[in-house]
Write a protein that binds this ligand. Structure first.
Ligand code: NCD
Length: 372
């Protein structure tokens, strides 16, 4: 049995496989209308969502299955203090697959370690959002016919935008991708993604705050919302929220074949006047996301049927594990609040004693003592 917690849990071949299935569903929806008859998805949304939750629900209904779940933490036992681990065990008795969104980084990972059914991460804090990446990759593939040799501009909140983090991790595995990272200095891409994803894969990148200057080179423009809910300083959010507004005038120097993506919801970073431009792909992206979620549900349920044993998510790569010797410093990490959850780190760079929290990937440096 497998779960999808991080986009890199799936190989590039598996992602192409999902795109093939999604294309086949688009071409022959009737062949899939009963594919999940008798199966239930539980959508556990501890944080607001329209698109992602309804996309999972529509996906399961179109496969002939049914849906249970909740759309806000206040209407679940989390409001009474139930742990994510217990929720996952309970829901495993009711459903066949879980889609979970949670404000804490790493919560779906904890769910996957405790559930006896597959878990899909539908967005965890500022960490990652792999199923949005499925929608993004499929949209790029359908619009451009390829996932390599592209100049991709990311614009807006690159610090807290989990869709940005997941899409960069996914693109790192294709060749000839050049990144143009467009943001105010306060919202730059986190250092760890630059060192561990971009540099590690030898991707080319530039950072700028100038959207118009970057425009002519772009094949893809990925606009994002400034993530107000994740700012500690609300005044900073108010100051930065209107930094970028894409208008038809700003697109004058853009390529004719540019594809404009946005994970949505849009607040005002793309003028509605852009919507009729043939380069605007963000509503197609929503539709593509539903088909990719259908393909994903089919794949995970099929794998669970063939092999019901949970694949351990920790340490398949043989890295040393450090348990309960160090604490994660990320205040949004699930390990800060989850009852009796072990503090677990993976030693990723032994020569520098650098470790990563297994829940949220925050980097910490171990002491000699911690490593004994
Ligand atoms: C994104 C998210 O939740 O991170 N939305 C989505 O899932 N389509 C982007 C956002 O909220 O800005």
């Amino acid at each position: 049995m497998r779960s999808l917690i991080d986009i890199v849990d799936f190989s590039v071949e598996e992602l192409y496989g999902l795109m093939d299935t999604a294309s086949d569903i688009i071409a022959h929806p009737e062949r899939y209308a009963d594919a999940c008859r008798g199966k239930k998805i539980a959508t556990l949304f501890f944080e607001p969502s329209t698109r992602t939750r309804l996309s999972f629900e529509a996906a399961m209904l179109e496969l002939g299955g049914s849906v249970i779940g909740f759309s806000e933490a206040n209407s679940s036992s989390a409001a009474k203090g139930e742990s994510v681990a217990d929720t996952a065990k309970v829901i495993s008795c009711y459903a066949d697959i879980i889609a979970m969104r949670h404000p804490r980084d790493g919560a779906p990972f904890v769910a996957a370690q405790n559930a006896s059914i597959p878990v899909i991460n539908a967005g965890d804090g500022g960490h990652c959002h792999p199923t949005q990446t499925l929608a993004d990759l499929f949209t790029i593939y359908r619009e451009k016919g390829r996932l390599n040799d592209l100049t991709v501009g990311f614009c807006g909140d690159l610090k807290y935008g989990r869709t940005v983090h997941s899409l960069i991790a996914a693109l790192a595995r294709y060749t000839g991708i050049r990144l143009v990272l467009i943001s105010p200095k306060e919202l730059k891409l986190p250092e760890n993604i630059k060192t561990e994803v971009i540099a590690k894969h030898g991707m080319e990148y530039v950072e700028t705050s100038d959207l118009e200057g970057a425009m002519p080179a772009l094949d893809i423009l990925y606009m994002t919302r400034i993530q107000g809910e994740r700012f500690a300083d609300k005044d900073e959010f108010l100051r930065l929220r209107d930094t970028y507004i894409l208008t038809p005038e700003k697109l004058v120097t853009a390529k004719q074949e540019l594809a404009i993506l946005h994970p949505l919801p849009r607040v005002n970073e793309i003028s509605v006047k852009v919507d009729d431009d043939p380069r605007a792909c963000y509503f197609k992206q929503v539709s593509n996301g539903k088909y990719m979620r259908m393909a994903l549900i089919l794949k995970l349920l099929d794998e669970a049927k063939r092999n019901p044993t949970r694949v351990p998510l920790i340490c398949e790569d043989g890295a040393k594990i450090i348990r309960n010797r160090m604490r994660c410093s990320n205040s949004r990490c699930i390990s800060m609040v989850e009852q009796e959850l072990d503090q677990v780190f993976k030693l990723t760079e032994p020569e520098k004693r650098i470790c990563r929290c297994i829940y949220c990937e925050t980097k910490e440096t171990a002491t000699e003592e911690d490593l004994k």
